[in-house]
Ligand binder design. Sequence first.
Ligand SMILES: [Zn+2]
Length: 122
Amino acid sequence: MINCPDSAISPKIKCAICHSVIKNRHQIYQTRLSLGVICKECRKRFSIEDIEMITNMFLAYGGYFGQFKDENLSIDNLIIKFATQINLGKETLTSTNLKMWHEVLTHGISPREFLKALNDYI
Ligand SMILES: [Zn+2]
């Protein structure tokens, strides 16, 4: 069929951070370095530096912000888990740091929330 309706030929645009469908294309934010576009809510929720870090993280390791939000993982448990791994010396600090941020973000915890909790913990 040659004449397709527009909705059939134009794919839905999803936010590169939270995967919500962006309905209003005028509310798209284009990141500087990655190919993804960001929804208005994520643009408000995260700093420019966080957006670059988060989009690169999900591009490299997959997943999206809040993917496992329903698992109800506490920030305290995450901090203890990664502090234990670092203390055991099983992995490098860089490797643990990447895994920690990926887990934090896929559980729907923003960098600001996590850093505040980490600061309170220390
Ligand atoms: Zn979003």
